[in-house]
Design a protein around this ligand. Structure first.
Ligand SMILES: [Zn+2]
Length: 267
């Protein structure tokens, strides 16, 4: 469903992030200020043929629906989203090749627009391997801004038809990654307090193991043996129809990651 890999150096990253948070005592928090941060979206439409006016019109309606879904999902956060630009690119190799790292690197290097705060969304045919894949804010320092962004399968757009992933919540999940969130099941049942570098780095998401808690929308076990695995959380792997929340801890993490790595104007 989601093709966003856990970074190899996640332990070092988490340590560095916590150090920065401790040093920057002036970071804004959810409750400290009334924050409003608008994220410009650049839709990078990659196709294998010149799209007809009808096809472009259908896509624009899906983009509008997707923006509404995102703004609903992030309503309790400082983040909102708007369409800044739509870029059409015909390239047969990129259309199906975005699943491969080298092809994705080439396409993003050629197409990416804007700065760290511009959200480039590359639409392509990738559902054989994943519905969506994102980069993290901390990837920017390593890979450069032109490799930043989200790759999304056309079928993940609202009404796109991907099973368990065609209601527009795939992009909500991927934007969670883009703003610095990991999966709620990252690190499985290793204790967050003992191994803070392997969990999701958020205190109010119960630790769970995906193999135990599963992908169904039914109450399921967390690592404490309770029926409280976060099945409704956007950063879990339950179906689109089941996911509708970010926790306060996740929102605070997105706010911190944004200020430290992604948006200099947000400090
Ligand atoms: Zn994911």
């Amino acid at each position: 469903m989601c093709g966003t890999p856990t970074p190899d150096d996640v332990g070092m990253r988490e340590w560095a992030f916590r150090e920065l948070v401790a040093q920057n005592t002036n970071l804004k928090t959810l409750h400290h200020y009334k924050l409003v941060w608008s994220v410009p979206i650049i839709w990078q439409v990659i196709s294998d043929h010149q799209l007809t006016m009808i096809e472009q019109g259908r896509l624009r309606r899906q983009f509008n629906d997707q923006i509404s879904i995102m703004n609903d999902a992030f309503v309790d956060t400082p983040f909102s989203f708007y369409t800044s630009d739509i870029v059409y690119t015909v390239n047969v190799d990129w259309f199906t090749g975005m699943v491969h790292d080298d092809t994705a690197e080439e396409a993003k290097g050629a197409l990416h627009r804007g700065d760290n705060w511009a959200l480039n969304i590359y639409l392509a045919e990738v559902s054989d391997l994943f519905y969506g894949r994102a980069t993290f804010p901390m990837d920017l320092a390593r890979d450069g801004v032109d490799q930043d962004g989200i790759t999304l399968d056309y079928g993940s757009l609202p009404g796109g038809g991907n099973p368990n992933g065609g209601e527009g919540d795939v992009l909500v999940h991927e934007v969670g990654h883009w703003l610095g969130l990991y999966h709620t099941f990252q690190g499985g049942c290793l204790d967050d307090d003992i191994f803070p570098e392997v969990g999701d780095g958020v205190d109010d998401t119960p630790a769970h193991d995906l193999w135990v808690s599963g992908r169904e929308c039914a109450p399921s076990q967390s690592c404490a043996g309770l029926l409280d695995a976060p099945i409704h959380n956007h950063m879990n792997y339950t179906p689109d129809s089941c996911r509708d929340e970010f926790t306060e801890g996740q929102i605070e993490r997105m706010i911190q990651q944004t200020q430290l790595y992604r948006c200099i104007n947000c400090m």
